[in-house]
Design a protein around this ligand. Structure first.
Ligand SMILES: Nc1nc2c(c(=O)[nH]1)N[C@H]1C(S)=C(S)[C@@H](COP(=O)(O)O)O[C@H]1N2
Ligand SMILES: [Mo]
Length: 513
């Protein structure tokens, strides 16, 4: 490799390393399950035939992941080096290569993480930093390369040293920053270790949840009745989620109460746990959206704890505060009536994960998360709606947030092509704390067809539905609507998620060939 190409390659690799380091740091700070680098590696596993993956694992055993990440790094390095060389001739072309790598990172992150506000930030910032770094390094690389070229070097002997030194210094510091940032990302990720260890030692009196019979209709493409932890949607404003040891956790209940009380984790467990199936839904879930998931929750009834504090008759709300400062206001009635509003300590048979509120969070049947599901809850102020506004209500969202009846088509997917003949149209529907009594589907302007329903263990969960459609060739529009147990059919009126939840019938188009 000629000197010029070598400098180009170095600047390409260093620029990419800078971007990657930054993305590792940010994803560590945001406590994302995977960084863009790991997301790419995991996607490679996903795209590799299962037999090949098994074969590789059978050879390298548990080191398959580090090995794969190393290979991904080598791959990225090779492409970046090539881009760096290319930059000496065409900066635009080199940046196009970086953008392409960025698209790969973003796509991998998209496939591996549940979308939330910060999902794509590490990958995007990483790419931008890499591109800026390349733009900075390339001129130095070309000057240094020219300076070391034998003829120009002898012609300009004094130019040689400074130019090389400048480049190496710049590239060296960029590489150093990249390594430090990447390392810091790892350290942040390890900050979880103590909490993770404490969490691992907990032996909560809960059993592995088995889905009740009939909840899963067995139709491929419909989300499972129970959402596994890893794919449970996640929404919060915490840049770095709170890391709270169970032994440090305290909940203070105060305000319009007879006795102010403080509860420890041990106090809470001593009360005995109740369990319930409960679907959690975000007010930001658009029609057809995926910000809704279902789990088995174990916890302590909030009503019982509030009874100990003695709530004043004229209170009508509870303002809950999280250890990260986030707040939500919940109608007192929803916390004291007979529904299973709870301080949850476990989800799907294991202690809450840190991102879902470990050690203790609230879950309240029938209410959107933003008015009820306070994660890392540490403070309850019994009060009146007139006397406060909470995090999202200060930002234009309604003070009250009952979950609206909705239904979603999971299969076929919008825009999909399906063969003519019998096609299963299916999905989920929910009318929380009321229950679903009927789901209907119609194709084009045909009559509404009643779908078959999966069973539901309570009125607080979503319910699967399926309808077998005799599909004829052509392009068709499919719509779904649900009716709740009180006989109210889902409104076709389209409403935006702001200020209190979307409405409208989920509509998809499929091509039958
Ligand atoms: N501390 C805290 N709790 C929070 C939030 C938050 O931003 N901070 N977001 C709420 C919102 S808007 C929703 S929809 C649910 C989501 O819970 P999950 O991330 O466990 O799915 O948590 C709620 N609890
Ligand atoms: Mo939400």
């Amino acid at each position: 490799m000629g000197m010029a190409r070598r400098y180009g390659a170095v600047s390409g690799v260093v620029a990419a390393a800078g971007g990657l380091g930054a993305s590792e740091l940010l994803s560590g700070l945001f406590h994302q399950r995977v960084s863009p680098l790991v997301a790419v590696s995991e996607s490679i596993i996903g795209l590799t035939p299962g037999s090949v993956v098994e074969f590789v694992i059978s050879i390298v055993g548990r080191s398959d992941k580090p090995l794969l990440i190393s290979l991904t790094l080598v791959g990225l390095a090779v492409v970046s080096a090539a881009a760096g060389v290319l930059a000496l001739r065409s900066r635009v072309a080199a940046q196009v290569v970086f953008v392409a790598m960025g698209i790969v990172l973003v796509a991998a992150v998209h496939a591996r993480l549940m979308p939330s506000t910060l999902t794509y930030v590490p990958a995007v910032i990483g790419v931008v930093i890499a591109m800026v770094a390349l733009a900075w390094l390339t001129p130095f690389a070309s000057v240094a390369a020219q300076a070391t070229h034998p003829t120009t070097a002898s012609a300009r002997p004094r130019r040689q040293q400074p130019a090389r030194r400048d480049f190496l210094l710049l590239a060296g510091s960029a590489a150093l920053i990249a390594v430090v940032a990447g390392g810091a990302g790892r350290v942040f990720a390890q900050g979880r270790a103590a909490v993770e260890a404490a969490r691992g030692k907990l032996r909560l009196p809960i059993s592995k949840p088995t889905p009740p019979p009939g909840v899963d209709l067995g139709v491929p493409g419909i989300v499972p009745f129970v959402t596994p932890q890893a794919s449970f949607y996640r929404i919060d404003t915490a840049l770095a989620e709170p890391q709270i040891l169970p032994t440090d956790w305290r909940l203070t209940i105060h305000g319009m109460v007879e006795h102010e009380i403080t509860v420890t984790y041990r106090d809470l467990l001593a009360r005995g746990l109740t369990e319930a199936w409960l679907t959690l839904c975000c007010v930001s879930n658009v029609v057809g959206g995926s910000l809704i998931s279902n789990a088995r929750w174990s916890g302590v009834r909030i009503a019982d704890v509030l009874k100990d504090a003695g709530v004043h008759v004229d209170a009508d709300a509870v303002l809950a505060t999280s250890s990260d400062g986030w707040t939500c206001g919940t109608p007192l009635g929803a916390l004291t009536d007979d529904r299973n509003a709870m301080f949850a300590v476990a989800m799907n048979g294991e202690p809450l994960t840190p991102e879902h509120g470990f050690p203790v969070r609230m879950v309240v049947p029938g209410l959107y998360g933003y008015v009820s599901a306070c994660k890392w809850v540490t403070d309850l102020n019994v009060t009146r709606f007139d006397d406060f506004s909470a995090f999202w209500t200060q930002r234009g969202w309604s003070a009250q947030g009952p979950v609206k009846t909705e239904s979603r088509i999971d299969v076929p997917q919008n825009g999909q092509s399906v063969p003519a003949g019998d096609v299963a149209i299916g999905g989920v529907a929910w009318a929380q704390h009321t229950g679903i009594s009927k789901v209907e589907v119609h194709v084009d302007d045909g009559p509404w067809q009643v779908a078959k329903l999966g069973s539901d263990p309570s009125v607080d969960t979503w319910r699967q539905w399926v309808h077998i459609w005799h599909a004829r060739p052509g392009t068709h529009r499919i719509q779904v609507r649900a009716t709740d147990a009180d006989g109210r059919t889902q409104t076709p009126v389209v409403a935006d998620v702001l200020p209190n939840g979307a409405t409208g019938w989920h509509t998809i188009t499929v091509h039958v060939g």
